[in-house]
Design a protein around this ligand. Structure first.
Ligand code: AMP
Ligand code: MG
Length: 513
Protein backbone atom coordinates (compact mmCIF):
# COMPACT_ATOMS: atom_id res chain seq x y z
CA UNK A 1 0.00 0.00 0.00
CA UNK A 2 1.13 3.52 -0.75
CA UNK A 3 0.95 4.71 2.84
CA UNK A 4 3.90 7.03 2.24
CA UNK A 5 1.62 9.12 0.00
CA UNK A 6 -0.67 10.04 2.89
CA UNK A 7 -0.78 13.79 3.47
CA UNK A 8 -2.21 15.88 6.31
CA UNK A 9 -3.59 19.19 5.09
CA UNK A 10 -6.07 19.47 8.00
CA UNK A 11 -3.43 19.73 10.71
CA UNK A 12 -1.33 22.12 8.62
CA UNK A 13 -4.22 24.59 8.34
CA UNK A 14 -6.05 24.51 11.66
CA UNK A 15 -5.05 25.24 15.24
CA UNK A 16 -4.25 22.06 17.17
CA UNK A 17 -2.82 20.76 20.39
CA UNK A 18 0.52 19.29 19.35
CA UNK A 19 1.52 17.85 22.73
CA UNK A 20 0.77 14.25 21.72
CA UNK A 21 -0.73 13.77 25.19
CA UNK A 22 -3.65 11.32 25.22
CA UNK A 23 -4.93 12.22 28.71
CA UNK A 24 -8.60 13.16 28.51
CA UNK A 25 -9.14 16.89 28.80
CA UNK A 26 -10.75 19.96 27.32
CA UNK A 27 -8.74 21.41 24.47
CA UNK A 28 -10.25 24.86 23.94
CA UNK A 29 -9.75 26.81 20.70
CA UNK A 30 -8.33 23.86 18.73
CA UNK A 31 -9.76 21.48 16.14
CA UNK A 32 -7.45 18.54 16.76
CA UNK A 33 -4.86 16.98 19.06
CA UNK A 34 -1.96 14.89 17.89
CA UNK A 35 -2.13 11.43 19.40
CA UNK A 36 -0.61 8.06 18.50
CA UNK A 37 -2.42 4.73 18.17
CA UNK A 38 -1.71 2.60 21.22
CA UNK A 39 -0.20 -0.36 19.31
CA UNK A 40 -1.15 -4.04 19.64
CA UNK A 41 1.11 -7.02 20.22
CA UNK A 42 -0.74 -9.71 18.42
CA UNK A 43 -3.08 -8.32 15.75
CA UNK A 44 -4.73 -10.39 13.05
CA UNK A 45 -6.27 -9.12 9.83
CA UNK A 46 -9.75 -10.55 9.23
CA UNK A 47 -11.08 -8.63 6.21
CA UNK A 48 -9.43 -6.35 3.69
CA UNK A 49 -11.35 -4.37 1.07
CA UNK A 50 -9.03 -4.60 -1.92
CA UNK A 51 -11.41 -2.88 -4.35
CA UNK A 52 -11.71 0.16 -2.08
CA UNK A 53 -7.97 0.27 -1.48
CA UNK A 54 -7.29 0.42 -5.23
CA UNK A 55 -10.09 2.92 -5.79
CA UNK A 56 -8.83 5.48 -3.27
CA UNK A 57 -5.18 5.21 -4.33
CA UNK A 58 -3.74 3.03 -1.55
CA UNK A 59 -3.17 0.14 -3.93
CA UNK A 60 -2.42 -3.49 -3.16
CA UNK A 61 -1.99 -4.94 0.30
CA UNK A 62 1.39 -6.46 1.13
CA UNK A 63 2.25 -8.48 4.21
CA UNK A 64 4.08 -5.54 5.80
CA UNK A 65 0.98 -3.29 5.49
CA UNK A 66 -0.97 -5.37 7.99
CA UNK A 67 0.80 -3.54 10.83
CA UNK A 68 -0.40 -0.20 9.43
CA UNK A 69 -4.00 -1.42 9.48
CA UNK A 70 -4.01 -1.51 13.30
CA UNK A 71 -1.83 1.58 13.69
CA UNK A 72 1.32 -0.36 14.64
CA UNK A 73 3.46 0.86 11.76
CA UNK A 74 3.19 4.45 10.60
CA UNK A 75 4.95 6.27 7.76
CA UNK A 76 7.63 8.58 9.20
CA UNK A 77 6.20 11.72 7.66
CA UNK A 78 2.84 11.63 9.43
CA UNK A 79 1.62 12.79 12.82
CA UNK A 80 -1.61 11.02 13.67
CA UNK A 81 -4.41 13.02 15.28
CA UNK A 82 -7.92 13.05 16.71
CA UNK A 83 -10.32 15.89 15.92
CA UNK A 84 -12.34 17.89 18.43
CA UNK A 85 -16.04 18.39 17.93
CA UNK A 86 -19.07 19.11 20.08
CA UNK A 87 -22.69 18.15 19.75
CA UNK A 88 -26.26 17.89 20.89
CA UNK A 89 -26.97 14.43 22.27
CA UNK A 90 -30.60 13.33 22.65
CA UNK A 91 -31.66 16.96 22.34
CA UNK A 92 -29.24 18.43 24.91
CA UNK A 93 -26.04 20.38 24.46
CA UNK A 94 -23.18 18.03 25.38
CA UNK A 95 -20.21 20.39 25.02
CA UNK A 96 -16.87 19.08 23.81
CA UNK A 97 -16.94 15.51 22.47
CA UNK A 98 -14.45 14.63 19.71
CA UNK A 99 -12.88 11.51 18.20
CA UNK A 100 -12.83 9.35 21.32
CA UNK A 101 -11.98 6.10 19.62
CA UNK A 102 -10.98 7.31 16.15
CA UNK A 103 -7.51 8.45 15.13
CA UNK A 104 -6.79 9.95 11.73
CA UNK A 105 -3.85 9.05 9.54
CA UNK A 106 -4.57 11.83 7.04
CA UNK A 107 -5.70 11.67 3.44
CA UNK A 108 -4.73 9.83 0.28
CA UNK A 109 -5.19 11.13 -3.27
CA UNK A 110 -5.93 8.75 -6.15
CA UNK A 111 -4.92 9.05 -9.82
CA UNK A 112 -7.91 11.18 -10.71
CA UNK A 113 -7.23 13.58 -7.85
CA UNK A 114 -9.98 12.31 -5.55
CA UNK A 115 -9.07 12.71 -1.88
CA UNK A 116 -10.05 10.28 0.86
CA UNK A 117 -9.48 10.52 4.62
CA UNK A 118 -8.31 7.43 6.47
CA UNK A 119 -8.89 6.69 10.15
CA UNK A 120 -8.56 3.84 12.64
CA UNK A 121 -11.54 3.16 14.88
CA UNK A 122 -10.62 1.39 18.12
CA UNK A 123 -6.87 2.05 18.07
CA UNK A 124 -6.65 3.62 21.52
CA UNK A 125 -7.58 6.54 23.73
CA UNK A 126 -7.42 10.19 22.70
CA UNK A 127 -7.95 13.42 24.66
CA UNK A 128 -11.61 13.04 23.63
CA UNK A 129 -12.22 9.55 25.04
CA UNK A 130 -14.25 10.90 27.98
CA UNK A 131 -13.54 8.20 30.60
CA UNK A 132 -13.75 5.47 27.98
CA UNK A 133 -10.90 3.36 26.64
CA UNK A 134 -10.78 4.28 22.95
CA UNK A 135 -11.12 0.61 22.06
CA UNK A 136 -13.79 -1.09 19.97
CA UNK A 137 -15.10 -4.64 20.26
CA UNK A 138 -15.27 -7.18 17.46
CA UNK A 139 -19.07 -7.20 17.60
CA UNK A 140 -19.51 -3.51 16.80
CA UNK A 141 -16.57 -3.49 14.37
CA UNK A 142 -18.06 -6.28 12.25
CA UNK A 143 -21.35 -4.40 12.28
CA UNK A 144 -19.74 -1.16 11.14
CA UNK A 145 -17.58 -2.84 8.48
CA UNK A 146 -20.37 -4.82 6.86
CA UNK A 147 -23.17 -2.27 7.21
CA UNK A 148 -21.19 0.65 5.81
CA UNK A 149 -20.21 -1.49 2.82
CA UNK A 150 -23.81 -2.70 2.44
CA UNK A 151 -25.02 0.93 2.39
CA UNK A 152 -22.44 1.81 -0.25
CA UNK A 153 -23.60 -1.00 -2.52
CA UNK A 154 -27.22 -0.03 -1.95
CA UNK A 155 -26.25 3.37 -3.36
CA UNK A 156 -26.61 5.28 -0.07
CA UNK A 157 -23.93 7.93 0.71
CA UNK A 158 -21.75 6.59 3.52
CA UNK A 159 -18.33 6.33 5.08
CA UNK A 160 -16.64 3.11 3.99
CA UNK A 161 -14.58 0.32 5.51
CA UNK A 162 -11.10 -0.68 4.37
CA UNK A 163 -10.16 -3.37 6.86
CA UNK A 164 -11.10 -5.20 10.02
CA UNK A 165 -8.42 -6.60 12.32
CA UNK A 166 -8.54 -8.33 15.66
CA UNK A 167 -6.24 -6.53 18.10
CA UNK A 168 -5.36 -9.68 20.04
CA UNK A 169 -6.43 -8.02 23.31
CA UNK A 170 -9.69 -8.29 25.18
CA UNK A 171 -11.92 -5.37 26.05
CA UNK A 172 -14.48 -5.27 28.86
CA UNK A 173 -18.01 -4.14 27.99
CA UNK A 174 -21.36 -4.22 29.70
CA UNK A 175 -23.31 -4.79 26.50
CA UNK A 176 -26.81 -4.03 27.82
CA UNK A 177 -25.68 -1.80 30.75
CA UNK A 178 -27.08 -4.45 33.08
CA UNK A 179 -24.21 -4.57 35.57
CA UNK A 180 -22.84 -7.65 33.86
CA UNK A 181 -19.55 -6.67 32.20
CA UNK A 182 -17.86 -9.28 30.03
CA UNK A 183 -14.60 -9.60 28.18
CA UNK A 184 -14.95 -9.36 24.41
CA UNK A 185 -12.43 -9.49 21.59
CA UNK A 186 -11.04 -6.07 20.64
CA UNK A 187 -10.88 -4.98 17.01
CA UNK A 188 -9.85 -2.08 14.78
CA UNK A 189 -11.68 -0.98 11.65
CA UNK A 190 -9.93 1.30 9.19
CA UNK A 191 -12.61 3.49 7.72
CA UNK A 192 -12.53 6.05 4.94
CA UNK A 193 -14.59 9.03 3.80
CA UNK A 194 -14.14 12.05 1.61
CA UNK A 195 -14.30 13.86 4.94
CA UNK A 196 -15.22 12.90 8.49
CA UNK A 197 -16.33 16.46 9.36
CA UNK A 198 -19.55 16.57 11.37
CA UNK A 199 -22.07 19.26 12.32
CA UNK A 200 -20.37 19.05 15.72
CA UNK A 201 -17.07 20.48 14.44
CA UNK A 202 -18.87 23.67 13.44
CA UNK A 203 -20.88 23.70 16.67
CA UNK A 204 -17.69 23.48 18.74
CA UNK A 205 -16.11 26.53 17.12
CA UNK A 206 -19.40 28.44 17.26
CA UNK A 207 -19.93 27.67 20.96
CA UNK A 208 -16.39 28.76 21.82
CA UNK A 209 -16.85 31.96 19.79
CA UNK A 210 -13.80 31.01 17.75
CA UNK A 211 -15.25 32.80 14.74
CA UNK A 212 -12.00 33.07 12.78
CA UNK A 213 -11.47 29.28 12.95
CA UNK A 214 -15.16 28.73 12.24
CA UNK A 215 -14.88 30.82 9.08
CA UNK A 216 -11.66 29.07 8.05
CA UNK A 217 -13.34 25.69 8.61
CA UNK A 218 -16.34 26.60 6.47
CA UNK A 219 -14.06 28.04 3.76
CA UNK A 220 -11.97 24.84 3.86
CA UNK A 221 -15.11 22.68 3.63
CA UNK A 222 -16.50 24.67 0.71
CA UNK A 223 -13.30 24.76 -1.32
CA UNK A 224 -12.60 21.06 -0.81
CA UNK A 225 -16.03 19.47 -0.86
CA UNK A 226 -18.46 21.99 -2.34
CA UNK A 227 -16.46 23.41 -5.28
CA UNK A 228 -19.69 24.22 -7.14
CA UNK A 229 -20.30 27.11 -4.71
CA UNK A 230 -18.97 30.15 -6.52
CA UNK A 231 -20.44 33.11 -4.64
CA UNK A 232 -18.45 35.22 -2.22
CA UNK A 233 -19.16 36.85 1.15
CA UNK A 234 -22.37 35.98 3.01
CA UNK A 235 -24.01 34.45 -0.08
CA UNK A 236 -21.27 31.81 -0.16
CA UNK A 237 -22.20 30.70 3.36
CA UNK A 238 -25.90 30.76 2.51
CA UNK A 239 -25.28 28.49 -0.48
CA UNK A 240 -23.28 26.21 1.78
CA UNK A 241 -26.06 25.94 4.36
CA UNK A 242 -28.65 25.25 1.67
CA UNK A 243 -26.44 22.57 0.17
CA UNK A 244 -25.96 20.86 3.54
CA UNK A 245 -29.76 20.96 4.07
CA UNK A 246 -30.30 19.41 0.67
CA UNK A 247 -27.71 16.67 1.13
CA UNK A 248 -29.10 15.85 4.56
CA UNK A 249 -32.65 15.61 3.23
CA UNK A 250 -31.48 13.44 0.33
CA UNK A 251 -29.72 11.15 2.79
CA UNK A 252 -32.84 10.79 4.93
CA UNK A 253 -34.86 9.87 1.83
CA UNK A 254 -32.28 7.21 1.01
CA UNK A 255 -32.50 5.81 4.54
CA UNK A 256 -36.28 5.56 4.13
CA UNK A 257 -35.90 3.94 0.73
CA UNK A 258 -33.83 1.04 2.05
CA UNK A 259 -35.35 0.95 5.56
CA UNK A 260 -32.35 2.06 7.64
CA UNK A 261 -32.66 3.30 11.22
CA UNK A 262 -29.49 4.99 12.43
CA UNK A 263 -30.36 4.89 16.12
CA UNK A 264 -28.19 7.79 17.40
CA UNK A 265 -28.78 10.89 15.32
CA UNK A 266 -26.96 13.23 17.66
CA UNK A 267 -25.44 16.24 15.88
CA UNK A 268 -21.95 14.79 16.42
CA UNK A 269 -23.07 11.86 14.27
CA UNK A 270 -24.27 14.06 11.38
CA UNK A 271 -21.83 14.30 8.49
CA UNK A 272 -21.47 17.74 6.91
CA UNK A 273 -21.27 15.96 3.53
CA UNK A 274 -24.54 14.09 4.05
CA UNK A 275 -22.91 10.68 4.55
CA UNK A 276 -24.16 7.94 6.83
CA UNK A 277 -21.59 8.01 9.63
CA UNK A 278 -20.96 6.23 12.97
CA UNK A 279 -22.64 2.87 12.77
CA UNK A 280 -23.70 2.01 16.32
CA UNK A 281 -27.06 0.58 17.38
CA UNK A 282 -28.49 0.83 13.84
CA UNK A 283 -30.93 -1.59 12.25
CA UNK A 284 -32.51 -2.34 8.92
CA UNK A 285 -36.29 -2.52 9.18
CA UNK A 286 -37.77 -5.98 9.44
CA UNK A 287 -41.48 -5.38 10.23
CA UNK A 288 -42.47 -1.88 9.19
CA UNK A 289 -42.91 0.30 12.25
CA UNK A 290 -42.55 4.06 12.28
CA UNK A 291 -41.96 3.91 16.03
CA UNK A 292 -39.14 1.43 15.88
CA UNK A 293 -35.79 2.28 17.44
CA UNK A 294 -33.10 -0.37 17.86
CA UNK A 295 -31.29 1.72 20.48
CA UNK A 296 -31.96 0.74 24.12
CA UNK A 297 -30.75 4.16 25.30
CA UNK A 298 -33.44 5.80 23.15
CA UNK A 299 -36.34 3.67 24.36
CA UNK A 300 -37.94 6.20 26.71
CA UNK A 301 -38.51 8.93 24.12
CA UNK A 302 -37.93 7.10 20.85
CA UNK A 303 -36.39 10.34 19.62
CA UNK A 304 -34.51 8.57 16.85
CA UNK A 305 -37.24 6.14 15.76
CA UNK A 306 -37.52 5.24 12.08
CA UNK A 307 -40.40 7.60 11.39
CA UNK A 308 -38.74 10.56 13.11
CA UNK A 309 -35.49 10.65 11.17
CA UNK A 310 -36.62 13.34 8.73
CA UNK A 311 -37.86 15.63 11.49
CA UNK A 312 -34.79 15.05 13.65
CA UNK A 313 -32.40 15.86 10.85
CA UNK A 314 -34.23 19.18 10.51
CA UNK A 315 -33.78 19.79 14.25
CA UNK A 316 -30.09 18.99 13.84
CA UNK A 317 -29.86 21.48 10.99
CA UNK A 318 -31.30 24.13 13.34
CA UNK A 319 -28.30 23.53 15.60
CA UNK A 320 -25.98 23.86 12.63
CA UNK A 321 -27.73 27.09 11.65
CA UNK A 322 -27.10 28.46 15.16
CA UNK A 323 -23.43 27.58 14.84
CA UNK A 324 -23.17 29.28 11.44
CA UNK A 325 -25.06 32.39 12.54
CA UNK A 326 -21.88 34.49 12.90
CA UNK A 327 -21.26 33.90 9.19
CA UNK A 328 -24.90 34.16 8.09
CA UNK A 329 -26.44 37.05 9.96
CA UNK A 330 -29.57 37.01 7.83
CA UNK A 331 -31.86 35.18 10.25
CA UNK A 332 -34.82 35.29 7.90
CA UNK A 333 -32.77 33.37 5.36
CA UNK A 334 -31.86 30.67 7.88
CA UNK A 335 -35.46 30.34 9.02
CA UNK A 336 -36.76 30.11 5.46
CA UNK A 337 -34.14 27.52 4.56
CA UNK A 338 -35.06 25.39 7.53
CA UNK A 339 -38.76 25.73 6.78
CA UNK A 340 -38.15 24.78 3.14
CA UNK A 341 -36.38 21.67 4.34
CA UNK A 342 -39.75 20.12 5.19
CA UNK A 343 -41.21 20.72 1.71
CA UNK A 344 -38.07 19.55 -0.04
CA UNK A 345 -37.81 16.44 2.11
CA UNK A 346 -41.46 15.39 1.80
CA UNK A 347 -41.52 15.94 -1.93
CA UNK A 348 -38.35 13.87 -2.42
CA UNK A 349 -39.64 11.27 0.03
CA UNK A 350 -42.97 10.87 -1.76
CA UNK A 351 -41.29 10.65 -5.17
CA UNK A 352 -39.05 7.94 -3.75
CA UNK A 353 -42.08 6.03 -2.43
CA UNK A 354 -43.66 6.29 -5.89
CA UNK A 355 -40.62 4.53 -7.33
CA UNK A 356 -40.87 1.77 -4.75
CA UNK A 357 -44.42 1.15 -5.98
CA UNK A 358 -43.41 1.45 -9.64
CA UNK A 359 -45.23 4.76 -10.26
CA UNK A 360 -43.51 7.16 -12.62
CA UNK A 361 -45.29 10.25 -11.34
CA UNK A 362 -46.50 11.64 -8.04
CA UNK A 363 -50.24 12.39 -7.91
CA UNK A 364 -52.09 14.51 -5.41
CA UNK A 365 -54.18 11.51 -4.36
CA UNK A 366 -51.01 9.59 -3.45
CA UNK A 367 -50.95 11.03 0.03
CA UNK A 368 -54.09 9.05 0.85
CA UNK A 369 -52.72 6.01 -0.90
CA UNK A 370 -49.48 6.15 1.14
CA UNK A 371 -51.41 6.61 4.39
CA UNK A 372 -53.50 3.53 3.76
CA UNK A 373 -50.35 1.61 2.83
CA UNK A 374 -48.65 2.64 6.09
CA UNK A 375 -51.69 1.59 8.09
CA UNK A 376 -51.69 -1.82 6.40
CA UNK A 377 -47.96 -2.31 6.99
CA UNK A 378 -48.18 -1.46 10.69
CA UNK A 379 -51.41 -3.34 11.24
CA UNK A 380 -50.22 -6.60 9.67
CA UNK A 381 -46.57 -6.22 10.72
CA UNK A 382 -45.44 -6.59 7.15
CA UNK A 383 -41.75 -6.83 6.38
CA UNK A 384 -40.58 -3.63 4.67
CA UNK A 385 -38.23 -5.24 2.14
CA UNK A 386 -40.24 -8.39 1.47
CA UNK A 387 -43.48 -6.49 0.98
CA UNK A 388 -42.09 -4.57 -2.00
CA UNK A 389 -40.38 -7.70 -3.35
CA UNK A 390 -43.78 -9.40 -3.34
CA UNK A 391 -45.42 -6.43 -5.06
CA UNK A 392 -42.97 -6.91 -7.92
CA UNK A 393 -44.07 -10.53 -8.19
CA UNK A 394 -47.82 -9.80 -8.21
CA UNK A 395 -49.70 -11.80 -10.81
CA UNK A 396 -53.26 -12.97 -11.14
CA UNK A 397 -52.36 -16.64 -10.70
CA UNK A 398 -50.80 -16.71 -7.24
CA UNK A 399 -53.14 -16.23 -4.31
CA UNK A 400 -52.39 -13.43 -1.88
CA UNK A 401 -52.00 -15.74 1.09
CA UNK A 402 -49.05 -17.60 -0.38
CA UNK A 403 -47.59 -14.34 -1.61
CA UNK A 404 -47.66 -12.44 1.64
CA UNK A 405 -47.65 -14.98 4.47
CA UNK A 406 -43.87 -15.11 4.46
CA UNK A 407 -43.66 -11.33 4.44
CA UNK A 408 -45.73 -10.84 7.56
CA UNK A 409 -44.93 -11.23 11.25
CA UNK A 410 -48.61 -11.81 12.12
CA UNK A 411 -50.82 -14.67 11.10
CA UNK A 412 -52.74 -13.83 7.97
CA UNK A 413 -56.26 -14.94 8.81
CA UNK A 414 -59.22 -14.22 6.51
CA UNK A 415 -59.75 -10.76 7.93
CA UNK A 416 -56.10 -9.81 7.39
CA UNK A 417 -56.13 -11.27 3.90
CA UNK A 418 -59.14 -9.13 3.07
CA UNK A 419 -57.18 -6.05 4.13
CA UNK A 420 -54.35 -7.01 1.77
CA UNK A 421 -56.79 -7.77 -1.01
CA UNK A 422 -58.45 -4.40 -0.55
CA UNK A 423 -55.10 -2.61 -0.69
CA UNK A 424 -53.91 -4.54 -3.76
CA UNK A 425 -57.10 -3.53 -5.57
CA UNK A 426 -56.31 0.12 -4.83
CA UNK A 427 -52.72 -0.44 -5.93
CA UNK A 428 -53.71 -1.96 -9.26
CA UNK A 429 -56.06 0.91 -9.89
CA UNK A 430 -53.32 3.42 -9.11
CA UNK A 431 -50.94 1.60 -11.51
CA UNK A 432 -53.35 2.51 -14.30
CA UNK A 433 -52.30 6.18 -13.95
CA UNK A 434 -48.75 5.29 -15.01
CA UNK A 435 -47.47 6.76 -18.26
CA UNK A 436 -44.82 4.01 -18.53
CA UNK A 437 -45.21 0.39 -19.58
CA UNK A 438 -45.56 -2.43 -17.09
CA UNK A 439 -42.04 -3.53 -17.93
CA UNK A 440 -40.61 -0.08 -17.26
CA UNK A 441 -42.53 0.09 -14.02
CA UNK A 442 -41.06 -3.24 -12.90
CA UNK A 443 -37.58 -2.01 -13.83
CA UNK A 444 -38.11 1.08 -11.69
CA UNK A 445 -39.14 -1.10 -8.75
CA UNK A 446 -36.23 -3.47 -9.38
CA UNK A 447 -33.61 -0.79 -8.93
CA UNK A 448 -35.38 0.99 -6.06
CA UNK A 449 -36.25 -1.98 -3.86
CA UNK A 450 -33.35 -4.05 -2.50
CA UNK A 451 -33.70 -7.84 -2.59
CA UNK A 452 -31.11 -8.26 0.12
CA UNK A 453 -30.76 -6.16 3.26
CA UNK A 454 -28.30 -6.76 6.06
CA UNK A 455 -30.71 -7.59 8.85
CA UNK A 456 -29.48 -7.48 12.43
CA UNK A 457 -30.02 -11.20 12.95
CA UNK A 458 -27.72 -11.95 10.01
CA UNK A 459 -25.04 -9.73 11.53
CA UNK A 460 -25.61 -11.45 14.85
CA UNK A 461 -25.06 -14.90 13.32
CA UNK A 462 -22.00 -13.70 11.44
CA UNK A 463 -20.44 -12.27 14.62
CA UNK A 464 -21.05 -15.55 16.47
CA UNK A 465 -19.25 -17.40 13.70
CA UNK A 466 -16.27 -15.06 13.60
CA UNK A 467 -16.02 -15.33 17.38
CA UNK A 468 -15.68 -19.06 16.85
CA UNK A 469 -12.99 -18.61 14.22
CA UNK A 470 -15.21 -19.33 11.19
CA UNK A 471 -15.82 -17.13 8.18
CA UNK A 472 -18.41 -18.89 5.98
CA UNK A 473 -21.21 -16.48 6.85
CA UNK A 474 -18.90 -13.50 6.45
CA UNK A 475 -17.99 -14.57 2.90
CA UNK A 476 -21.62 -15.16 2.03
CA UNK A 477 -22.84 -11.87 3.48
CA UNK A 478 -20.07 -10.00 1.68
CA UNK A 479 -21.21 -11.43 -1.67
CA UNK A 480 -24.86 -10.73 -0.89
CA UNK A 481 -24.29 -7.13 0.22
CA UNK A 482 -22.26 -6.37 -2.89
CA UNK A 483 -25.31 -7.31 -5.01
CA UNK A 484 -28.28 -6.07 -3.02
CA UNK A 485 -30.62 -5.75 -6.00
CA UNK A 486 -30.21 -9.44 -6.87
CA UNK A 487 -31.32 -12.43 -4.88
CA UNK A 488 -28.10 -14.43 -4.89
CA UNK A 489 -28.82 -16.39 -1.74
CA UNK A 490 -32.62 -16.79 -1.31
CA UNK A 491 -32.05 -18.07 2.23
CA UNK A 492 -30.62 -14.66 3.19
CA UNK A 493 -33.70 -12.82 1.92
CA UNK A 494 -36.24 -14.21 4.35
CA UNK A 495 -38.04 -12.52 7.22
CA UNK A 496 -36.34 -12.60 10.65
CA UNK A 497 -36.78 -16.04 12.26
CA UNK A 498 -38.92 -15.78 15.41
CA UNK A 499 -36.17 -17.16 17.67
CA UNK A 500 -34.38 -13.81 17.18
CA UNK A 501 -37.31 -11.70 18.33
CA UNK A 502 -35.99 -10.90 21.81
CA UNK A 503 -32.28 -11.56 21.62
CA UNK A 504 -30.19 -8.64 22.81
CA UNK A 505 -27.56 -7.62 20.29
CA UNK A 506 -30.09 -8.52 17.64
CA UNK A 507 -33.49 -6.94 18.13
CA UNK A 508 -32.23 -4.34 20.62
CA UNK A 509 -28.78 -2.83 20.77
CA UNK A 510 -26.88 -0.46 22.99
CA UNK A 511 -24.20 2.10 22.19
CA UNK A 512 -21.56 0.05 24.02
CA UNK A 513 -18.84 -0.66 21.56
P1 AMP B 1 -21.35 7.83 19.80
O1 AMP B 1 -22.64 7.91 20.55
O2 AMP B 1 -20.91 6.43 19.52
O3 AMP B 1 -21.35 8.67 18.59
O4 AMP B 1 -20.22 8.40 20.78
C1 AMP B 1 -20.33 9.64 21.44
C2 AMP B 1 -18.97 10.11 21.92
O5 AMP B 1 -18.38 9.15 22.80
C3 AMP B 1 -17.97 10.32 20.79
O6 AMP B 1 -17.22 11.46 21.09
C4 AMP B 1 -17.15 9.06 20.84
O7 AMP B 1 -15.88 9.25 20.31
C5 AMP B 1 -17.10 8.74 22.34
N1 AMP B 1 -16.91 7.29 22.58
C6 AMP B 1 -17.82 6.31 22.40
N2 AMP B 1 -17.29 5.09 22.70
C7 AMP B 1 -16.01 5.31 23.09
C8 AMP B 1 -14.93 4.46 23.51
N3 AMP B 1 -15.06 3.14 23.60
N4 AMP B 1 -13.77 5.04 23.82
C9 AMP B 1 -13.63 6.37 23.73
N5 AMP B 1 -14.58 7.22 23.35
C10 AMP B 1 -15.77 6.71 23.02
MG1 MG C 1 -20.22 9.18 17.18
Amino acid sequence: MNIKNITQPFIKIFPGDLSGNSIQRNTPKVLFSTVAPVGFENPKLIIFNETLSEEIGLGKLEEKDKAFLVGNDLPENIQTYATAYAGHQFGNWAGQLGDGRAILAGEITNESGRKTEIQWKGAGATPYSRHADGRAVLRSSVREYLMSEAMHHLGVPTTRALSLSLTGENVVRDMMYSGNPQEEKGAVVVRTAESFLRFGHFELMGAQKEYKTLKDLVDFTISNYFPQIIHEEEQKYKDFFDEVCKRTADLMVEWYRVGFVHGVMNTDNMSILGLTIDYGPFSMMDEYDLNFTPNTTDLPGRRYAFGKQGQISQWNLWQLANALHPLIEDEKFLEDSLNNFGNYFWNAHDKMLCKKFGFDNLLESDENFFTSWQALMQDLQLDYTLFFNQLEKLDDKTDLKSQFENASYTFLDDENLKKIEHFIKKYKLRLESNTITKEESLQLMGKTNPKFTLRNYLLFECIEEINNGKSEMLDKLTKALENPYKEIFPELSLKRPSNYDDISGCSMLSCSS
